[in-house]
Design a protein around this ligand. Structure first.
Ligand SMILES: [Zn+2]
Ligand SMILES: [Zn+2]
Ligand SMILES: [Zn+2]
Length: 342
């Protein structure tokens, strides 16, 4: 920790090269020896005298690439919705029937929630850190910039919870990671939208894959899956195996005469199932980090340390904006039960 210089006459008596200035409070400090990184004894700001030079020229290209990717993904989602409705509905449902109406409502809810949460996560700011006073001794109080560093690109203080994203060209509060699929950082302001999108997308893609398989079985008479299931259940496995072989031969014989509806259904099944598996893994990983009260970046930085984590379901409730403690309900329950025991 550096000593604070209050008297200018002290400096002349000290060896040269050990005097420096804190960026946070601009107090002149005397270091016992040369250290590239030091912490101010007054405001707590950390000064790095050998900062890394951040490349900013490619920022525009990264921004353009991310926006193009986001546009392609929105088009892909619209294709899945429109293609799915076109390929599935006329085969399986009558729109006027109650089952058809139920699936119409379900499709609308899943489509709106997925696209709206995706757009909010992609186009909302990830969370700029709050502005803080810095730069002069009377303004910055003792410990006012505890463990803050200075971002050379944004030219402003950076708290320990803040990271600078090169792709977004800004500092982001509680940055989790920069997601190329939404072309944006996942941070304090849009993390909930991102998790809502993952939930919604996982349910939607599983729904699409189930419906496309169900439609294929309606559309493809050779696929006598019910007969196979019946034979397997009754223990006639040799007959079931023969039927599987017949179906495989019929499949390859009719593969040359596939209609556009068949192709769309096959594509929807393969694409939605693979996307669902990928998003499910990502969602699970995100929920574990939220449960542990961490972000992906804080998880990486704590790997080398002992990493004191507070694993608690309360972290998940706080993340989704639930203000009250879960234990409060147990306390209320306990208080109401206690008089009966007596
Ligand atoms: Zn200072
Ligand atoms: Zn920055
Ligand atoms: Zn970013």
């Amino acid at each position: 920790m550096a000593d604070i210089v209050k008297d200018e006459h002290c400096i002349s008596s000290m060896p040269e090269g050990l005097e420096t200035t804190c960026w946070g409070c601009e107090l002149r400090l005397l270091l016992s020896s040369y250290t590239p990184i030091f912490k101010c004894g007054w405001c707590g700001a950390i000064t790095n005298r050998n900062p890394q030079i951040v490349q900013t020229e490619r920022f525009r290209w990264r921004w353009l690439r991310d926006r193009c990717f986001v546009s392609i993904l929105i088009l892909f989602m619209l294709f899945v919705i429109c293609g799915g409705v076109w390929a599935v509905y006329p085969v399986v449902f009558s729109i006027s029937s109650s089952v058809g109406i139920l699936h119409c409502i379900l499709t609308t809810i899943l489509s709106v929630s997925t696209i709206s949460s995706f757009s909010l996560a992609a186009f909302c700011s990830a969370g700029a850190p709050p502005s803080i006073l810095w730069g002069s001794y009377p303004t910055v109080g003792k410990g006012g910039l505890e463990n803050y560093t200075f971002c050379l690109v944004c030219s402003k203080p950076k708290s320990p919870r803040t990271h600078h994203c090169r792709s977004c060209g800004m500092c982001v509060l509680d940055m989790d990671h920069h997601c190329p699929f939404i072309g944006n950082c996942v941070g304090a302001a849009n993390h909930r939208y991102f998790i809502t999108f993952l939930f919604s997308a996982v349910i939607s893609t599983f729904y699409v894959s189930i419906m496309s398989v169900y439609t294929v079985f309606h559309l493809w008479p050779p696929l006598k899956y019910r007969s196979i299931v019946r034979l397997v259940i009754s223990g006639r496995r040799t007959e079931a195996w023969r039927l599987v072989k017949e179906i495989t031969v019929a499949f390859f014989n009719s593969a040359a005469n596939l209609s556009a509806r068949h192709l769309v259904l096959i594509y929807l099944f393969v694409a939605s199932l693979s996307v669902a598996i990928g998003l499910n893994v990502l969602l699970w990983q995100q929920l574990i980090f939220i449960y542990e009260g961490k972000t992906y970046l804080s998880h990486l930085s704590s790997q080398g340390n002992s990493g004191v984590t507070q694993r608690d379901c309360q972290n998940i409730f706080h993340f989704f904006g639930w203000r009250y403690s879960v234990s409060r309900f147990f306390t209320v329950f306990y208080r109401t039960k206690k008089p009966h025991k007596k």
